[in-house]
Design a protein around this ligand. Structure first.
Ligand code: NAP
Length: 262
């Protein structure tokens, strides 16, 4: 064990030293929190963004100020050539890839009578195609990482139980679960695990409309723990699945929802 590991306030089973991790959509919200926690545990972070370059650089600065290592990398997860080039660049510059967190996501809500096909395409492109493209580009490198290789996909409580007004978004998140379980079976023989984390309602930009005024009060009555979640609580679940402690868990959907769905 390196001397600095002995000083860390967590056990070796949660240590991510020496790993390279890509977190998509890490410029804000849950992705930002995931990047910060993985870096705290010792991983070198690639902080992906789409439009928020300044925010992503700020995330990297915060990680570096805390003693971690991070680089910002802009690419659109729905663009196959951009994804391929980005993963190639990561492997060439950082020496490999051990952990992929498919977090980038968008949400557009509409009742079916008002739903628009172009919005459905937008959701599929980022949430499902993005998860597919990044996983596809990363897989050969994760196989080289062997037992350290991890994919963690962000799904949602609504991907499991549905929600009125969220048919389009829920379809993408249910798709992520199917992809997770199939890829888990495909990569298991090589020691690479593939899991999903399903948050309930977490306080981020994405949920601002749903988490204000009367809507917030109504929602809180549905959550047994009586509050919305914090992005850091999702990040802890992701960090666990990324760690050696979770080496025998694959194809799992870990709910982080305050009891909203049990
Ligand atoms: P958020 O605050 O809206 O942040 C979304 C992130 O995704 C941003 O960093 C954004 O980057 C990035 N992004 C969007 N489109 C992208 C693209 N095409 N390529 C690369 N990055 C892209 O969302 P969040 O609440 O943190 O959600 C994170 C994930 O958790 C999503 O998959 C979401 O569906 C899931 N989730 C969230 C909740 C919740 O309650 N918040 C619940 C269940 C599941 P830029 O800012 O740089 O454009």
């Amino acid at each position: 064990m390196p001397p600095e590991a002995a000083l860390r306030p967590w056990p070796a089973s949660l240590d991510l030293s020496g790993r390279v991790a890509v977190v998509t959509g890490a410029s804000r919200g849950i992705g930002r929190a995931i990047a910060v926690v993985l870096a705290e545990r010792g991983a070198t972070l690639v902080v992906n963004y789409a439009k928020g370059e300044a925010a992503a650089r700020e995330v990297c600065a915060a990680i570096e100020q805390a003693g971690g290592k991070a680089v910002a990398l802009g690419f659109d997860v729905g663009d196959d050539s951009a994804v391929d080039a980005a993963i190639k660049h990561v492997v060439e510059t950082l020496g490999g890839l051990d952990i992929l967190v498919n977090n980038a996501g968008v949400s557009i809500d509409a009742l079916m009578m008002r739903a628009r096909a172009e919005d459905f395409d937008t959701l599929i492109r980022t949430n499902l195609r993005g998860t597919f493209l990044c996983s596809k580009a990363a897989t050969r490198h994760l196989l080289r990482a062997k037992n350290r290789g991890r994919i963690i996909n962000l799904t949602s409580v609504v991907g499991e139980q549905g929600n009125a007004g969220q048919s389009m978004y829920a379809a993408t998140k249910a798709g992520v679960i199917g992809l997770t379980k199939s890829l888990a079976r495909e990569l298991a023989s090589r020691g690479v695990t593939v899991n999903a984390v399903a948050p309930g309602f977490i306080d981020t930009d994405m949920t601002q409309a749903a988490l204000t005024g009367d809507a917030r009060s109504a929602l809180l009555t549905q959550i047994p723990l009586g509050r919305v979640g914090d992005a850091s609580e999702v990040a802890e679940a992701v960090a666990f699945l990324a760690s050696p402690a979770a080496s025998y868990i694959t194809g799992h959907v870990l709910r982080v929802n305050g009891g909203l769905l049990i």
